[in-house]
Ligand binder design. Sequence first.
Ligand code: DOR
Ligand code: ZN
Ligand code: ZN
Length: 425
Amino acid sequence: MELLIKNCNIVDSSKKTIKQSDLHISNGIIKNIGKDLKNKCDKVINVKGAFVLPGLVDIHVHFREPGYEYKETIKTGSLAAAKGGFTTVAIMPNTNPVIDNVEILDNLKAIIKRDACIKVMPIGAVTRGQKGEELVDIKSLYENGVYGFSDDGQPIMNEEIMNKAVKQCNELQIPIMIHSEDKRYVNDGCINLGRVSEKLKVKGISRDAENIMIKRDIEIARNLKLSIHICHVSTKEAVCMIRQAKQDGVKVTCEVAPHHFSITENVILEKQAIGKVNPPLRTYEDIEEIIKGIKDGTVDAIATDHAPHSKDEKQLDIQKAPFGLTGIELALPITNTYLLEKGVIDIFDLVNLMSINPRKIMGMDSRGIEIGGYADITIIDLNKEYILNESDIISKGKNTPFIGMKLKGKVKYTICDGKIVYEEE
Ligand code: DOR
Ligand code: ZN
Ligand code: ZN
């Protein structure tokens, strides 16, 4: 398959350049980059000066298969990811069954091979059944094709187990991705403990649940002199702790989710359980510190925590409804609307936060668009403005408070291994 892409604006975040050029892709590899390329190709597309980025990578999604196929499958999730501009995603293991042994992993790998239109990297559970009690066989899962370990959705309360897991993952040089939440401070809460929880008279989750556990996890990394990755940072205190830890030389990376740098707990007043997510939506002061962290490099990556749920589940009373927001199709427009458009970051930072740094965290090839590199490419139009409709979302999960809100920026094409896996109508 030969593909020629005419009139690209190729964004190189390492050199901070935007190069006007054509792009010739042959059998999944970038064959040539240059002006007025005239190769005979199976397909020629003219992107008319659109930004051409290295394929976006989302290191934190929930695709729900096996077990919760009514919420999402590998097929529907990967199609939604392609629409969101992602060429690679890492899928969390809180499925049913949990991805905690090789047999279950093999089954998942077969589904991915059959159904995924992009690169889907399975994450293995850290503990059996994600119960936090007994470590899985980390080495055998690694040897059989997991790309990281996480008990995401559940904290690992036992510090000894966490220590062992961090050591074993570091020996294999594979990321351990931590959902830092101290259960003792959750108190059956369903949203941020504060003004909104008081107003609605619902139980709140103390921000200590996140802060105290992140403090513990940073100390583990500090004492062991080993790497950890912290998922979905949402409080101002957590950002400050991670900033300080990095300055101290602790090997910690972290991600933030688009909903945590763009909207506050206030949306719950209007949208109830649609705004219920864990960690919860916080306050404007938290957003301010997260944005500071994005600017100064404390935050390494943007990851969606795409967590689709059914309509019925999200229409339940806020106390009973499940945590989670659908997000993989919205990461680019939310990042553009709330960070680029506001001058917080530039297009090079966006590429680092959504493609290069996520690749580094996952141990992937983190070069940009280069001759000889594999052709995972995202082509975007940042000028399109629209009100998000539910019908725009192709994921099975429509559970996002952004429906009805104005967003700017769209994906035009997603190309994975040289194949067009998404094309805007
Ligand atoms: O909101 C969330 N949803 N947070 C998690 O940690 C898990 C996720 C899910 O699996 O739905
Ligand atoms: Zn989580
Ligand atoms: Zn998650």
